[in-house]
Design a protein around this ligand. Structure first.
Ligand SMILES: O=C(O)c1cc(=O)[nH]c(=O)n1[C@@H]1O[C@H](COP(=O)(O)O)[C@@H](O)[C@H]1O
Length: 238
């Protein structure tokens, strides 16, 4: 493994479990030097801040993925509460608009240990027809740069997008803008409910900073081995 990946693991394992026990059991098999962990809506709703703390005590940095999308004040206070938990990254939904994203950023401005603040653009499970279904007559390739530009203008650190859009966003927003890409699937893996997918190596080649990976690791018969195989594919492990 190179030094960068030791300090800054690029894989974020999505702990999508219904309760704390299996999440802690998986964390036990993984290592903080190899990956970060994501706690999302299912696990956080079931297990709450206590679970986040338990994972942090095991040395893992946490992406709290609750995709806050509410009026500016509520979203800002929710981000503050997330920061108080000492998480590494937190997200809001860009569809909440510029005023909401600015309020979130301002709420974190004076926080001691400020988490990275990013915005979800178009969910990686959505294809063009899903956007049409909610009255948006644009493709993900058109919507994502628009929402990412709005997140950038609002002073956010980056966005969640599909790796399929990462190349364009990197050109548009420069090298310091953080691109976090779910919808990652090793070659031949099932897409499950994801629509806009890419392999780990292609995602990084396209300019992604961090890869969010759930089921290809969590549902593997040997999750550590599955993670190590991905780290070898990305060149983060010899
Ligand atoms: O914000 C996210 O993390 C997210 C955004 C998005 O557009 N798509 C997406 O899949 N995710 C999350 O990334 C994870 C992907 O999991 P797998 O499809 O199992 O790899 C899930 O926990 C999703 O909630």
């Amino acid at each position: 493994m190179n030094d960068d990946s030791k300090i800054n693991p690029r894989i974020i394992v999505a702990l999508d479990y219904p309760q704390a026990a299996p999440a802690l059991a998986l964390a036990q098999r993984l290592e903080p030097a190899l990956c970060r962990l994501k706690v999302g809506k299912e696990l956080f709703t079931a297990a709450g801040p206590q679970l986040v703390e338990q994972l942090q005590q095991r040395g893992f940095e946490i992406f709290l993925d609750l995709k806050f999308h509410d009026i500016p004040n509520t979203t800002a206070q929710a981000c503050k509460a997330a920061a108080a938990m000492g998480v590494w990254m937190v997200n809001v939904h860009a569809l909440g608009g510029k005023r909401m994203m600015e309020a979130a950023r301002e709420a974190l401005a004076n926080v001691g240990q400020r988490p990275m603040l990013i915005a979800v653009t178009v969910l990686t499970s959505m294809a063009q027809e899903d956007l049409h279904g909610i009255g948006i007559n644009a493709s993900p390739a058109q919507m994502v740069p628009l929402l990412a530009g709005l997140a950038n203008d609002s002073g956010l650190d980056g966005v969640v997008c599909s790796a399929q859009e990462a190349f364009v966003l990197r050109q548009q927003l420069g090298r310091d803008f953080c691109l976090v890409t779910p919808g990652i699937r090793p070659a031949n893996a099932s897409a499950d409910d994801q629509a806009r997918i890419m392999t780990p190596r292609a995602a990084l080649e396209n300019g992604a900073n961090y890869l969010v990976i759930g089921r290809p690791i969590t549902q593997a018969s040997d999750p550590l081995l599955a993670l190590q195989d991905i780290l070898k594919e990305t060149g983060d492990m010899a």
